[in-house]
Design a protein around this ligand. Sequence first.
Ligand code: HEM
Length: 501
Amino acid sequence: MVVLAMLSVLALASVVVLLLLALRGRRPKTAGTRPPGPAPWPVLGSLHLLGSHDNPFQAFTALVNVYGDIYSITLGSTSCVVVNTFELIKEVLVTKGSHFGGRPDFIRFHMLFGGDRNNSLALCDWSDLQKTRRAISRAYCSPRFASMHFYNLDTVGSCEVAAFADVLSRAAVPGQPLNVKPLLNVACFNLFTHYMCSKRFAYDDPDCLAVVRTFDEIFWEINQGYAVDFMPWLLPAYAGHMKKLSSWAQYIRGFIMAHIVTEHENTLDMYGDPRDFTDALLMHLKEDSSMEWQHIIFELEDFLGGHSAVSNLVMLTLIAVVRNPAVGARIQQEVDAVTAGSRHVTLFDKSSMPYTEATILETLRSASSPIVPHVATTDSSIGGYEVKKGTVVFINNYQLNTGEDYWVKPTEFMPERFLSADGHVSKPKYFIPFSTGKRTCIGQRLVQGFSFLLVASILQHYDVTVPENTVIRTPTACVAVPPDTYSLIFTPRNDSTTTAL
Ligand code: HEM
C-alpha cells in the first residue's frame, strides 16, 4: 500500500513537473533529445520572435525565461541552437571546439570575399588551410611582450600617435564639433599598414580616405543581421545590396594590390628576412604549394580590415568618456602621471595605466560585440542535448556581458569592475569579448595595444565633450557605430606641458 501510495505521489509529481515544463515550453532533458524551443512558423521559422527586440541577442536572452539556458530555434529553414551560459558556451568553443568550428553559409559573406566565404579567415569553415593562415599571422598579430615584433609595433605606434596628435591639433577648433571618425579611421589604417606593410598614407590622401570609408561601411554592414541570411529566396529583393557589397570588396582589393602588394612583390628578397607581414605572406606563397594567390591577398585584406574595428572601438570609448566625464578625468590623471606631461604615450606605458585599459575593457563589455555564429561540423551534443551536423550555434555573449548573474550593476559604466583590490587589471573568466578556443580572435593584442594608444593620447591632450543637448544613442550588442556618426568637441587641456608636445 505504502509503495502504491508513493508511486502515485511520484506519478502525480511527474505529471505536475511535465505540465509546468510544458507551460514554460521546456522538455525534460533525456539523452538524444533536441533542445526545447518554439515551434517554427511556415517559411519564417521563428524569425518573428527576434524582431520584437532592438537586436537578436536581447531576444535570445528573453527566450531563456521561456525555454531555458539552451534552446533550438528555426530561422527561415535553418536549424539553430542558442547557448546562454558560460558553461555551455565553453563546451561549444573549447571542450567540443572541433565539433563546432564551421561558419554559416550566408550569401552576404560570399559577396564580401570574391564569391567564396572560405577566402575569409573569420568566415571560413575550419580547415588545414585555416590552421596555416592563423599560424603565419600569429607572430605579427600576437607579438610576445618585448619580442622583436613587439618593439616594431611600439615604434610604429609611437610614430602614428604623434602624427595623429599633430593632425588633431590642426583640425580641432575649440568649442566647435569635429567629425573625428574619418581622422580616426586614417590613424588606425596607418597603424595597420605601417606595421603590416611598411606603408603609410597622408590624412588628406583622397584614395586613402575613400578606402577607409569603404572598410568602415563594410564593418558596419557585417555587424547587421538580415532576413536574407536565413531566407535566401529573398535574394532578388536584395540584389542591389549584394551588388554594392561585391563592388566595395573589389574596390578594396584593387587598392591593396595597387598601393601595397605590387610594390612589395617587386622588391621582395626571398633570401632575406621578411620586412613585414606582407613579405611573410608573399614568401609563404612561394614556398608552400598548398597556398594560392587569393589566400594571401584575402588574408592581408582581412587583417588590414581590422583597423575599422579598432577605430569603432576608440569612437565608442570616447563616447563613453563623454557620457561619464569622471572616467575621462581619471584616465587623464593616469596619463599625466606616467608621461609627466613631457612625452607621448607608448605601448610600454600600458601596464602602468590599468584604469585606461579597464575603460577599454568596460567599453567592450557594454558594447558586447557578437561572436560570429559557429556551425556543427559533425553530429554532436551540447549540455546533453543532441545537436545535428549543420546546426548553426549562436553564442549569446550579450547575456555573459550584461547578465545580473555575472556583473554587479551591469547597466552602469564602471571600469573599476576590471581592477583588483591592488589596482591591477583583472578579468573574470567569463569575460570573453574576443571569444575563446580554436577560433578565438587573432587580432586581440593589436586591438588592445592600438586602442590604448589612441584613447590615452587623445585624453592626454584634450577634454572630449559633445554639443549641449546632444542625445547620444549607440546600438546594443554591436561594437560598430554608423560610418556617419556624432561629432565631438576637443578642448585643449589647460596644461602647458601637454599642449606643447
Ligand atoms: C573591437 C575589436 C575586435 C573584437 C571585439 C573582435 C572579436 C572577435 C570575435 C568575437 C571573433 C569570433 C571568434 C569565434 O568565432 O569564436 C573574432 C574573430 C576574428 N578576429 Fe577579431 N575582433 C576584433 C578586432 C580584430 C582585429 C583588429 C583583427 C585583425 C587584425 C581581428 C581578426 C580576427 C580574425 C582573423 C578572426 C577569425 C578567427 C577564426 O575564425 O579562426 N579581429 N574576433
